[in-house]
Design a protein around this ligand. Structure first.
Ligand SMILES: *Cc1c(COP(=O)(O)O)cnc(C)c1O
Length: 376
């Protein structure tokens, strides 16, 4: 009998027996929401991320929204971010009632370009949300200089970069406040979930109130401000605690996989391997190459088809710059406003790099691409 072919997907959440046992223990404990496991996750994650305070919420989107609330963003304020990111980054600005202002990205790192940020600063600008896209920290020194000069707050979108370093400091404490996602496909996951980190205690207290309808932290049923239900369950938290124990190992395997890809793919004409800056680490949430279809000899779509035929399922992050969607077009954006973001969205292709991908798997992906590059 023929064996089922091994399918290589873009993500595969890691679940072991220990995690399953811990989830059952939480269910039997009766302490299911905003209980001891949530507190433990907050403590352990802040320690890991070298930051003083942490508040857990129920998604990365909620983490971004809560962070913007904590630093006082509201109607009339402008918040600068990248158009080349997951839509949640920009949606969180709308959720806060503020105006999203895009600044174009760097074609090598895919991260927001500090020179472009400066062009977009007005008297209404209150904050910048740099995204550490695909697991590589944004240029935080230059962004911090701008923030200081123009008196702006920095909200790191670290949803793809758990554990990444920028100049020997972990992401999560590089700005005023930061948001992480624990969605199933992230470097560290809890099913769904989010974490807000900061070295400012008052900000994290505001998040803890916001996640529970604005309730006072000392007195039940006393609402000191507006808020949402962004509470995390202990069921999710205990998965997160287990994942955090393995995060460093997960990120190391992602790096090994990326290096194996780099060595082989840099030899193939028409493929540009990911750039990594010298002053940071990269945790390869995605391993993202660029395809020059003229030099490669095939279009990106044809390469995707060829990979799919071989049970390999890459991803395109992101196929369209955010400013071209109706939600953001409303702010007057149009084609060619962000030429780099628009150009890279047509070139990028992310290959499976997660910890469930073995050296043999990588070799298989490389072989398929290499063989295809030689066909006409
Ligand atoms: C995943 C992600 C988010 C949103 O996180 P959710 O947990 O899905 O709400 C925000 N920003 C970026 C860059 C992300 O990758």
């Amino acid at each position: 009998m023929k064996e089922n072919p091994r399918k290589l997907y873009i993500a595969k959440p890691y679940i072991d027996d220990l995690i399953c046992q811990d989830v059952i223990s939480v269910l039997k404990s009766g302490n299911i929401v905003q209980g001891p496991k949530v507190k433990q996750l907050e403590e352990e994650f802040s320690k890991f991320s070298q930051v003083m305070y942490c508040a857990a919420v129920n998604s990365g989107t909620a983490a971004l929204h809560s962070a913007l609330f904590a630093i006082g963003i509201g109607p009339g304020d402008e918040v600068i971010t990248t158009p080349f990111t997951f839509v949640a980054t920009a949606n969180s600005i709308l959720m806060a009632g503020a105006t999203p202002v895009f600044a174009d990205v760097d074609e090598k790192t895919f991260n927001i370009d500090p020179k472009e940020i400066e062009k977009k600063i007005t008297s209404k600008t209150k904050a910048i949300i740099p995204v550490h896209l695909f697991g590589q920290p944004a240029e935080m020194d230059k962004i911090s200089d701008l923030a200081e000069h123009y008196n702006l707050k920095i909200v790191e979108d670290a949803c793809q970069a758990h554990g990444a370093y920028y100049k020997n400091k972990r992401v999560g404490g590089l700005g005023d406040i930061a948001a992480f996602s624990l969605y199933a496909t992230k470097n560290m996951m809890a099913g769904e979930g989010g974490l807000v980190t900061s070295n400012n205690e008052e900000y994290i207290e505001r998040v803890k109130s916001f996640r529970h309808h604005g309730q006072s932290l000392n007195e039940g049923y006393n609402y000191i401000s507006f808020g949402y239900n962004y509470r995390m369950t202990d069921i999710n938290a205990v998965i997160g605690i287990n994942q955090l124990k393995k995060l460093e190992e997960f990120n190391n395997i992602r790096n090994r996989n990326a290096l194996l890809y780099n060595e082989a793919l840099k030899e193939i004409k028409g493929i540009e391997i990911p750039f990594k800056g010298d002053n940071c680490s990269h945790v390869y949430h995605q391993y993202t190459i660029k395809i020059d279809s003229k030099k490669f000899g095939h279009s990106r779509a044809d390469l995707v088809n060829e990979l799919n035929r071989n049970d390999i399922f890459p991803g395109i992050f992101y196929p369209k710059s955010l400013h071209l969607f109706p939600t953001f077009k409303e702010f007057g954006y149009k084609e060619n406003d962000f030429p780099v973001s628009e150009s890279v969205s047509n070139l990028v292709l992310s290959l499976p790099v997660h910890p469930g991908i073995s050296e043999n798997d990588i070799q298989k992906v490389i072989n398929v691409i290499s063989r295809f590059s030689k066909q006409s």
